[in-house]
Ligand binder design. Structure first.
Ligand code: 5RP
Length: 229
């Protein structure tokens, strides 16, 4: 079974999971290739939900194409669940996210939701976070000072570039992203707190406070359901 099939399988499992929620509510929906599989699987059942809150322009576009109603987060006061992928997840449900650059909106919507349902294939499960470079969204004019502060954590910092390699990658919020390679994140809560204190940081893609409540993880044998305390 290839990775695309594993993503599709977990997307369908997430569809079945959210269809257990009472009808008529708003659902938070994440960004990335696994979230896209979930959106595609949920599309025929979109009327179960009043609408969706989206974590990126790309997700909004896909939801609208499928006929979902997309609401502004400011119009919504409660979300029963937020469904999204991850770049890495540890045994406690802490995650690295932001490989697609949508970390800030992802974190905002996750903070609004009663439950974070993480969906991924088993290649994303790690004993300790940090093999995947940790993304940090910043205000562009703070690039120099934030880089110097982040270097104190011990990793190697690089400015994320567009695919052409000529210009910085620009987020949906007009921010830039610094990726920190080579960190072993033994204490995710502490690292998240430390990075959040740096002036010029918009958000860090470490989801320790907003960790997963439920993980649906696919492998060749099927989809496992892991509930975190
Ligand atoms: C985007 C994210 C994604 O959830 C993360 O990058 C996983 O993506 P994929 O499902 O494509 O592997 O955080 O900002």
């Amino acid at each position: 079974m290839n990775q695309d099939q594993l993503k599709q399988m977990v997307g369908e499992a997430a569809r079945d999971e959210v269809l257990k929620l009472a009808a008529g509510q708003v659902l938070g929906i994440g960004t990335g290739s696994t979230a896209n599989c979930f959106i595609d699987a949920l599309a025929p059942h979109r009327d179960h939900f009043l609408g969706a809150v989206s974590s990126s322009n790309a997700t909004t576009e896909r939801l609208l194409k499928h006929g979902f109603k997309v609401l502004n987060p400011n119009e919504v006061t409660s979300l029963p669940a937020y469904v999204d992928g991850a770049d890495e997840i540890d045994p406690a449900g802490h995650m690295i996210k932001g490989g697609g650059g949508a970390l800030t909106r992802e974190k905002i919507i996750a903070s609004m939701a009663k439950q974070f349902i993480c969906i991924c294939d088993s290649s994303k499960q790690v004993p300790v976070l940090g093999n995947f470079a940790l993304p940090v969204e910043i205000i562009p004019l703070a690039q120099g000072v934030v880089t110097r502060e982040l270097e104190k954590l011990g990793g190697k910092i690089s400015l994320r570039m567009q695919k052409t390699g000529q210009e910085p990658f620009v987020t949906d919020n007009a921010g830039w992203i610094l990726d920190i390679a080579g960190l072993q994140i033994a204490n995710p809560e502490q690292t998240e707190f430390q990075i959040n204190q740096i002036a010029g940081v918009i958000a860090v893609g470490l989801f320790a406070k907003e960790k997963a409540d439920l993980l649906l993880v696919s492998n060749a044998a099927g989809v496992e359901r892991i509930i975190f305390k």
